[in-house]
Ligand binder design. Structure first.
Ligand code: UGA
Length: 433
């Protein structure tokens, strides 16, 4: 099938490259010329494992094309995926100006039937509004449909998630759209949930809010663990072994971040409020997430007996491992507070240091994890990159001025650093809080 993708961010590029790899012909469109030139050479503007290789392969096999022109996209794709950003407004609502603008442009170029599909996360009822907008702007009598097909890709494992989804969600308003999307997803042997457009839109916000709630829930329980001397790892295992609950997303830490959960929980709160549905549950999820970062800062103060004039070595800045994304990373709030309290920061992240430089002033950056430790008063762990789990703790102990580790992601078995003579602090673990 011929597909057009509008917007070459994380969602758009992964969707485009993966659909091409399944044998479709895909044209990715973005108004950013520099980005398109970069992509035409097979380079990608962010870090995502496996994506650059997939793009290069499909360009070579002449299944993946790029353009800066909306006209090309609408002419090319029977299905046009909307993959532009829906960032939060200062009020918390999703800013739909980019997606609305793109729909106006699509309307201007519509000459034959097209299925326009929302991939970006949007508030429920956006599809209906977009349909109205396009209808008002089309120049001639031409039929089109709007559908919703949310993506559930995680940064860092997006390519793998695309090819091995748990399910596919299609929000359609008629048989024609349903048939086209089922044809496109034919290679996938997974459950396909077909509902109306509103249902499709809602599933995405509900999913992200539920996952965020799971994280806040485990973080709340970790706070109780610290008060009573229980171990959150064991408690999460015990709770998560109930098949109705599941162990995934029950890892206590310094809170969720990224470009999705914080924004989507906020947007869902706004939707509930608009629809006069009680949003207190979701507000609680947000509140716990904020408190988890504050508690970590307090933990650092307690462990160090104040941070003024002290040097803190920091491992991990990205909002999670396997990405260079710093958007709403907990590290930003945590390090900003510690700097304000007079700490000096030296940090290392395998991928996110360039992005971090834009968001964090007055931070020195090291070339290796060990360089971070040299002469530091303590070591903080803020992202659970796999390579940090395998560091030589003996060497770290020699390099640190004081053998203190404050681990915000519980990456070590506490007994190991303790036996080696570290003061080891972590989240919600008896004796190491
Ligand atoms: C999330 C969803 O998981 C995807 O399904 C969805 O498609 C995507 O948002 C989106 O809406 O585009 P992502 O933001 O890439 O994906 O990252 P996650 O792996 O979900 O992690 C989000 C945050 O939660 C990270 O800060 C992570 O450290 C934190 N987290 C996750 C925890 O603190 N504990 C956990 O147990 C799991």
């Amino acid at each position: 099938m011929n597909i057009a993708i509008v917007g070459t961010g994380h969602v758009g590029l992964v969707t485009g490259a993966c659909f091409a790899d399944l044998g479709n012909r895909v044209l990715c469109m973005d108004h950013d010329q520099t980005k398109i030139q970069l992509l035409q050479k097979g380079n990608i503007p962010f870090f995502e494992p496996g994506l650059a290789e997939l793009i290069q392969k499909n360009i070579k096999q002449k299944r993946l094309f790029f353009s800066t022109q909306m006209k090309d996209a609408v002419k090319f794709g029977k299905v046009v995926f909307l993959c532009v950003g829906t960032p939060p407004r200062s009020t918390g609502e999703a800013d739909l100006s980019a997606i609305e603008n793109v729909c106006e442009q699509i309307a201007n170029h519509l000459t034959q039937y097209r299925l326009i599909v929302e991939k970006s996360t949007v508030p429920v009822e956006t599809g209906a509004q977009l349909k109205k907008r396009i209808k008002q702007s089309v120049r001639r009598q031409v039929s089109f449909d709007v559908a919703s097909n949310s993506e559930f890709l995680r940064e860092g494992s997006a390519v793998q998630d695309f090819f091995k989804p748990d399910r596919i969600v299609l929000g359609v308003e008629n048989e024609r759209s349903r048939r086209i999307l089922l044809e496109l997803y034919k290679p996938f042997n997974v459950p396909i949930v077909v509902t109306n457009v509103e249902g499709g839109e809602l599933i995405k916000h509900a999913c992200n809010s539920f996952l965020a709630a799971k994280i806040s829930f485990v973080n709340l329980v970790s706070q109780v663990c610290e008060k009573v001397g229980a171990d959150i790892e064991k408690v999460a295992e015990g709770v998560g072994s109930d098949r109705r609950i599941g162990r995934a997303f029950l890892n206590a830490g310094i809170g969720y971040g990224g470009s999705c959960f914080p924004k989507d929980v906020q947007a869902f709160i706004k939707i509930c409020e608009k629809l006069e549905v009680d949003a207190n549950f979701l507000k609680g999820v947000e509140r716990i997430n904020e408190s988890q970062k504050k508690r970590f800062v307090e933990k650092v103060h307690r462990a160090m007996r104040g941070v003024k004039g002290k040097t803190l070595g920091v491992l991990g800045l990205a909002f999670k491992p396997d990405t260079d994304d710093m958007r709403c990373a907990p590290s930003v709030d945590i390090l900003t507070e510690l700097k304000q309290a007079g700490a000096k920061i030296i940090a290392y992240d395998p991928q996110a240091m360039e992005a971090a430089k834009v968001m964090l002033n007055d931070v020195s950056y090291a070339k290796t994890p060990y360089e971070v430790c040299k002469g530091a008063d303590a070591l903080l762990i803020l992202t659970e990159w796999r390579e940090f789990r395998e560091l030589d703790l003996k060497q770290i102990k020699k390099l640190l001025k004081h053998p203190i580790i404050i681990d915000g992601r519980n990456i070590y078995d506490p007994i190991v650093p303790k036996r080696m003579g570290f003061q080891y602090y972590s989240i919600g673990r008896k004796g190491f809080k």
